[in-house]
Design a protein around this ligand. Sequence first.
Ligand SMILES: NC(=O)c1ccc[n+]([C@@H]2O[C@H](COP(=O)([O-])OP(=O)(O)OC[C@H]3O[C@@H](n4cnc5c(N)ncnc54)[C@H](O)[C@@H]3O)[C@@H](O)[C@H]2O)c1
Ligand SMILES: O=C(O)[C@H](O)COP(=O)(O)O
Length: 617
Amino acid sequence: MSASRALLSNPHAGASPTLARARARLAAPSTIPFARLRIRSAILSSPAAAAPVATSEPKRRISRTGSDASLRPKPAVLVAEKLGEAGLDVLRQFADVECAYGMSPAELLAKVAQFDALIVRSGTKVTREVLEAGRGRLRVVGRAGVGIDNVDLQAATEAGCLVVNAPTANTVAAAEHGIALLASMARNVSQADAALKAGKWQRTKYVGVSLVGKTLAIMGFGKVGSEVARRAKGLGMHVIAHDPYAPADKARAIGADLVSFEEAIAKADFISIHMPLTPTTSKVFNDESFGKMKTGVQIINVARGGVIDEDALVRALDSGKVAQAALDVFTAEPPPKDSKLVLHENVTVTPHLGASTVEAQEGVAIEIAEAVVGALRGELSATAVNAPMVPAEVLSELAPYVSLAEKLGRLAVQLVAGESGIKGVKVVYTSARDPDDLDTRLLRAMVTKGIVEPVSSTFVNLVNADYTAKQRGLRITEERVSHDSATAEAPLESIQVRLSHVQSKFAGAISDGGDIVLVGRVKYGVPHLTVVGPYEVDVSMEGNLILCRQIDQPGMIGKVGNILGQKNVNVSFMSVGRTSRGKQAIMAIGVDEEPEKETLEKIGAIPAVEEFVFLEL
Ligand SMILES: NC(=O)c1ccc[n+]([C@@H]2O[C@H](COP(=O)([O-])OP(=O)(O)OC[C@H]3O[C@@H](n4cnc5c(N)ncnc54)[C@H](O)[C@@H]3O)[C@@H](O)[C@H]2O)c1
Ligand SMILES: O=C(O)[C@H](O)COP(=O)(O)O
């Protein structure tokens, strides 16, 4: 069995022979490059043992953890924002803890190199500079909360620094804050309160609207959104939800109907936003979407400010299209003092208080403290959001398959129709290798990454993939098919990703069994897409892809190529697959850049073309 396989084995199985071998290899510094040893040490070994302190190391405080470890310094943890006492207690049992709240960026930069771990909330920017300054010592960043948009994950990964968060402990607090804003906004509580304190008794001016029987649209049906839905049902509201990736049965169980974005915003009396800030959701609430809402709609946002175009919201409030908004989060935090949005008379604001309850802060503090201590001990973390821990030789063999697995997942999720939730994912590996010689955990993780990351703020890696899939109700099953080949040189022949019983925005991707099916293989080290639904194609998975289903007839390649060529869109690959001559065919076209909407529409307007879809790889 190869060493690479050993390192992909279950890390929790401490006594397993594979892990023992992996550890033995790592314990032999003469054969392991230092960088790899350091990466590994962040996951499995005791940090102090794995990274002995050089005598020249500056400012390292030495305190003793007991006779057994009398030569080991305790790790040092810097807590940069208010953390609950229960969490601090957990940390203090293991590490030297310094709480330095309210540091300026310069103070943080000056201090960070003295610590093994840094804990922040959303108010501290953990920038590339901070991570560079901590390089060599800082090994863990703990985000005491969900959103990690204030941590430069790429820089952390490059610096070999593990980032962990606390994704569950503040869910209920955020949901309760959403409900508080909903009720308070509907009854003008903040405006009436301010007026009365200014001496005005205005009973007629502040007549509110009732919640019972009204339609609430939950935009983003994840942890917080589904808890808001539960509570709104209790208030007698009719709840609809939009989340293209949420399981429909979870929504049904709560009594919410999953609908399209358009339907949700058109039908809602109240809209509550709970989607993460991603390139797709950035400013998704804009002039166009406000225009499609009911006049007098009321909007709550406790997710991230950037999902709303704030200037457009001011315009919608001024015109009366949006009657009121209640906002806990802003594009810039804190927002400018003269922000028209914050000062608008029909807007209720709170300073990012969603997670700020006594209970949530204690819960988050414990959740993050345990995650940070575990990471410092070198254990695998269920809430790691990055983890550069696959050794080089494993990656060099699996790298193209890792990329293939992620790209198949990424393509598959983009083929899912807006209203349908993903229920089950099946990954089929065809390989000539003995099953024991192929650990598919990394590949499965990458399929999950491909499916989840385009639609969420979650970062998926080898450590947190299964956890993430479970959290999202994604059932991933795997099957191995033996490939009768003379050589087992290549680890895999092909990978198939199958999304069961979903609707697709591209009917050609649906196989006979009603599933979205994609198959890919590695050719000359490059991932290729080889099957879409029932069609065989062969297209390199680089850049972007246009899939086009048409009646099989001569001249189609020329027509499509011409349209793209006229618009200077470079075609990298083109492949046609068909079920039988003269019937339907699929054209897979690799393009270097995204064609303009009109160019794609021209392709769609070719009479023989039945459907097309543009996909980002
Ligand atoms: N105000 C606060 O203090 C506070 C507290 C907790 C969470 N949050 C924020 O709330 C948001 C949700 O948190 P969560 O823990 O529920 O996350 P989550 O990942 O559990 O849920 C997010 C949901 O949004 C869905 N989604 C992704 N793209 C979408 C799209 N284009 N349209 C509709 N839905 C889409 C995802 O499928 C997922 O189900 C995050 O941005 C988080 O940072 C804020
Ligand atoms: O993402 C989160 O967890 C919330 O936005 C809370 O942020 P906070 O920890 O700064 O309150």
